[in-house]
Design a protein around this ligand. Structure first.
Ligand code: PGA
Length: 249
């Protein structure tokens, strides 16, 4: 049985005060939600407030990015050991906004994933096709390439510790959710790649989250798909009541 992960990606939203206010409401709403793991990923400066506010709860805190070196002359970057020091347990890697605004390539994905694993952070590695790729029938090829180039270089031991998030770019922040069927098909394809590279047991244990316009009113039908092992939520994770109703689908 794969335990679902319900993760919130706050992107570049909220201050420290807003972070604390969110948790004040959210904590009690998910206090009994032990059917899943809950992860919230605030922007870097608000990680300490989030860690503090989540103390004594089952809510995990993740970062939205990391650099692959431990320290060095790399202005503006944050390393895995720094995230661990602040209390993070998870980190998003290669969100499509990182791939497209900041040019993150599959090489970078592999380096960042290994760097996260070296300090025992759980990487949530994002993959997904763009609208023009879906429309031209290239979805399968794109997902296979992202998997093979970004994750195929992991050892089986490393692979057993990662989480993948399938986020079709055309569904992010657009209000267009992939139908449960479209998402499940993509998850099956990714799991098939995992099976081919890392074997049946590793593929069966791999958790694949769906992301892209997940809302309280569509989460149930997505989670009804056995292939979908949780969700990565942007906009609808910013409000405590909305995100709690997603967590407690
Ligand atoms: P959205 O974002 O839920 O606002 O579409 C999802 C994401 O980018 O992870």
């Amino acid at each position: 049985m794969r335990k679902p992960i319900m993760a919130g990606n706050w992107k570049m939203y909220k201050t420290a005060v807003g972070t604390t206010a969110f948790f004040e409401k959210f904590r009690s709403l998910v206090a009994a939600s032990d059917h899943c793991e809950i992860v919230i990923c605030p922007p870097f400066p608000n990680l300490p407030s989030a860690v503090e506010a989540a103390k004594g709860t089952r809510i995990h805190i993740g970062a939205q990015n990391l650099y692959w070196g431990k320290e060095g002359a790399v202005t503006g970057e944050v390393s895995g050991p720094m995230l661990v020091c602040v209390g993070c347990t998870h980190v998003l890697i290669a969100h499509s906004e990182r791939r497209f605004y900041f040019g993150e390539t599959d090489d970078v994905v592999l380096k960042k994933t290994i760097a996260a694993l070296e300090v025992s952070l759980t990487p949530i590695v994002c993959v997904g096709e763009r609208l023009e790729e879906r429309e031209s029938g290239a979805t399968g090829r794109v997902l296979v390439e992202q998997f093979q180039n970004g994750l195929g270089g992991l050892t089986p031991e490393q692979f057993s510790k990662i989480v993948i998030a399938y986020e079709p770019v055309w569904a992010i922040g657009t209000g267009k959710t992939a139908t449960p069927q479209i998402a499940a098909d993509a998850h099956r394809l990714i799991r098939g790649e995992a099976r081919a590279r890392f074997g049946a047991d590793a593929a069966a244990a791999l958790r694949i989250l769906y992301g892209g316009s997940v809302k309280p009113d569509n989460v149930k039908s997505l989670m009804a798909q056995p292939e979908i092992d949780g969700v990565l939520v942007g906009g609808a994770s910013l409000d405590p009541i909305s995100f709690a109703s997603i967590v407690n689908f």
